[in-house]
Design a binder for this molecule. Structure first.
Ligand code: CO
Length: 131
C-alpha cells in the first residue's frame, strides 16, 4: 500500500493550479465528475511520487461544496492504493469501520475507488484506490 494522492479542496481550481505550478507540479489529467459535482485536476510533482488532486465544487450543494462551507479550503482526503479494493473493504467492514461507499465505484481517471468515513481514521477522510 502506498499514498496514491492527496485531495485538496479549493475554491478556484485555476488559481490553485497556478500556485502549485510554482512548485513544479504539472497537470496530468483534468475533468469534471458530474455525479459528485466536482471539477478535478490531478497534478504530479516534479520528482514523482504521490499525486495531488485539486477539487473545486460545481455548486454549494455538493459534497466538496458543503466541505468548503464547513471547513474552508484545505486538506480533503488521503488516498491509498490497494491491489484488491473489494477485499480491503470487506476487511474494514469486518472490523466495524464506517464506510462512505459500501461497494467500489468508478472514480476520476477510471480507477475503482471507495471512501472510508473520517470517523474511522481519526478525522481524516480516507479514499482507497484500486491499482
Ligand atoms: Co481522491
Amino acid at each position: 500500500m502506498h499514498l496514491h494522492h492527496v485531495g485538496h479542496a479549493v475554491e478556484d481550481l485555476e488559481e490553485a493550479k497556478a500556485r502549485y505550478a510554482l512548485l513544479g507540479f504539472r497537470v496530468r489529467a483534468e475533468g469534471e465528475v458530474e455525479s459528485q459535482g466536482v471539477r478535478v485536476a490531478m497534478l504530479e510533482p516534479p520528482g514523482g511520487g504521490a499525486l495531488l488532486e485539486l477539487l473545486e465544487p460545481t455548486g454549494p450543494e455538493t459534497p466538496v461544496g458543503r466541505f468548503l462551507a464547513r471547513r474552508g479550503p484545505g486538506l480533503h482526503h488521503l488516498a491509498f492504493a490497494v491491489p484488491d479494493l473489494e477485499a480491503k473493504l470487506a476487511e474494514l467492514r469486518a472490523e466495524g469501520l464506517p464506510l462512505v461507499d459500501e461497494a467500489p465505484r468508478m472514480g476520476f481517471g477510471g480507477h475503482l475507488v471507495a471512501f472510508v468515513h473520517p470517523r474511522a481514521f481519526h478525522g481524516v477522510l480516507v479514499e482507497l484506490v484500486e491499482e
